[in-house]
Design a protein. Structure first.
Lengths: 280, 285
């Protein structure tokens, strides 16, 4: 079975700006991949090429084996744009019905009800979009992207307008989707969120992938910290495997050991190291 | 085809929900009331006007044709306002506001989307133009007991003119921002009207150069030619001094007319539509 998303040598130039410089990336079946990078790194361009909103200058992108942008490819994916809006005069239920008809979904009222419940909008079925808060509209956008049970979900900053409760709702939803085998490409600036839910992380910088791997693989040991009667003592370069020996040595030296911590870099450390503090 | 009708319905709902549509309806009602008032006073005063014996003018035909011509101009203008506001931001404007991307990401095809927007706006504007045109005819007919020589065709051509404007506006929406597109289309509309008036002046002055320039403008902007052809048809049987005087006026009628310009208008819409579809297919959103 082909990957949910496969990108090979993808390049995109906007006039004199080279937004993507030969990117290779795959999102496997049921895999949740986080796409990270500073503003202007090319994340949204990559997502837009995969959805068919932007034409690549070179390279290719396929969705479930179909050329990105083709009807077959678009039939397999759900998309939440970074900047999106629904007509203000539509109700939440009507927005989903419109997208059901456009995607050919046969889910009917039951699917709409289930999706609105998933994003905690069950009470807002008949509320018009122009009467919704930004967070509610964002959650409705997430529900819209799930219409027709897509095989691949492309989410561009899905939690940017959400409060902590809304973010948690989306995070739980992503975990549920992974359980159902839905592939997700999540473009987000919220590193903690990506670290919590993503199987793999890809970091883009200046149109190129600078790091790809699971959050665990990307993180590096940063030493072991011992809390003793003489205070906190940090052993740089030590790993988890060194911890028992370090504790034994401290005890043998007559120290009282109250605690031991194995230090690893967080995704934020990995990210900052990869992008070199760059932002725009 | 299902997706086409879904988008047509989407566009139709958008049209009738916009406040602009309510504004156009209010303006239309105001116009029709004022038009009735004008008809009432013109035909009331007509009985007191006695042209000299050697001036053989059918005053009722002259007044009726002038008033219906005025009503056709207002109908075209309001129809174009409606058409432009329904379509000026259909692509770039909607993309900038984030309304377009969720639709384009669906498996419906960009050509389907654009054709459906044309059909949706076309249906709304055609219904509007025909309603206002026939309302104007009824007001003049019932108030002044004067009916044009051709009743249906001028209305059809007015609607056709608005469809040409819709095609141009949709093409403009692909390559221009909403504001730039709105300005461009109204400037084209104004240029077309000026060219039509220029033709009347050229005819009165017997200047073939001016008439030629007007004819070129008619082929370049066929919505104007269709409107002028509609004007021509409301008094196509008027002859003698009445016909001559009507030709001199601002609602005199076309110098380019007939099936040639009608068929060209259809081809023109197809050409403009094809350019719009190709441009939209290549556009980054």
């Amino acid at each position: 079975m082909p990957d949910a998303l496969a990108v090979r040598g993808l390049a995109k130039r906007y006039g004199s700006v080279q937004a993507l410089k030969g990117v290779d990336l795959e999102v496997g079946e049921g895999e949740l991949v986080g796409l990270l990078g500073p503003n202007g790194a090319g994340k949204s361009t990559l997502v837009k090429i995969a959805v068919g909103l932007v034409r690549p200058t070179a390279g290719e992108a396929t969705v479930a084996g179909a050329r990105a942008g083709s009807r077959a490819a678009r039939a397999e994916l759900g998309y939440l744009a970074e900047m999106f809006r629904f007509p203000g005069w539509y109700t939440a239920d009507e927005v989903l019905e419109l997208h059901q008809r456009l995607s050919g979904s046969r889910g009917g009222a039951a699917e709409r009800k289930r999706l609105l419940e998933l994003v905690a909008l069950a009470d807002a079925t008949d509320r018009r979009v122009d009467g919704m808060s930004k967070g509610m509209q964002q959650r409705l956008g997430v529900a819209q992207s799930l219409v027709g049970e897509p095989r691949l979900l492309m989410l561009d900053e899905p939690t940017s307008a959400l409060d902590p409760v809304g973010r948690r709702t989306v995070r739980l939803l992503l975990e549920e989707l992974r359980g159902r085998g839905v592939s997700v490409l999540l473009n987000s600036h919220l590193l903690s969120e990506v670290e919590l839910v993503c199987d793999r992380v890809a970091i883009l910088l200046g149109g190129q992938l600078v790091a790809v791997g699971s959050p665990h693989d990307l993180s590096r040991p940063r030493g072991v910290e011992l809390e003793t009667d003489e205070g906190i003592h940090r052993v740089e370069g030590a790993t988890r495997e060194d911890a028992p020996r370090l504790v034994a040595e401290a005890v043998a030296a007559g120290r009282q050991v109250y605690g031991v911590s194995v230090l690893t870099s967080t995704l934020e450390d990995v990210y900052l190291e990869a992008v070199g503090g760059e932002t725009s | 085809m299902t997706a086409v009708w879904v988008i047509v319905g989407y566009g139709f709902r958008e049209a009738v929900r916009r406040k602009m549509f309510a504004v156009v309806i209010v303006l239309t009602v105001a116009f029709l009331f004022l038009f009735w008032l004008a008809n009432h006073y013109v035909f009331k005063d007509l009985s007191t006007i006695t042209p000299p014996r050697d001036v053989n003018v059918d005053t009722r035909t002259f007044a009726g044709a002038f008033l219906v011509g005025l009503s056709m101009f207002a109908t075209l203008f309001l129809g174009v306002v409606l058409a432009v506001f329904l379509t000026l931001g259909a692509v770039t404007g909607d993309a900038e506001r984030g309304l377009l991307q969720p639709l384009v990401a669906r498996p419906i095809g960009r050509s389907t989307l654009l054709v459906a927007r044309f059909l949706g706006a076309g249906a709304v504007c055609t219904a509007y133009v025909l309603t206002v045109y026939f309302a104007g005819l009824l007001i003049t007919g019932l108030t002044g007991h004067w009916w044009p020589d051709q009743v249906a065709w001028p209305g059809v051509e007015l609607a056709g003119g608005v469809l040409v404007v819709i095609a141009l506006s949709l093409l403009g929406s692909v390559v221009l921002s909403s504001t730039a597109n709105g300005i461009a289309i109204f400037m084209l509309f104004g240029a077309g009207l000026v060219a039509g008036l220029l033709g009347s002046i050229g005819h009165a002055l017997n200047s073939h150069t001016i008439e030629h320039a007007s004819a070129v403008a008619s082929w370049a902007l066929p919505f104007e030619a269709l409107y002028q052809d509609g004007l021509r048809m409301i008094t196509e049987h008027a002859s003698g001094l009445t016909g001559f005087l009507l030709q001199l006026g601002p609602f005199g009628g076309a110098y380019v007319h007939g099936w040639g310009i009608r068929l060209w208008a259809v081809v023109y819409v197809l050409i403009v539509g094809t350019i719009a579809l190709v441009s939209f297919a290549r556009k980054n959103l």
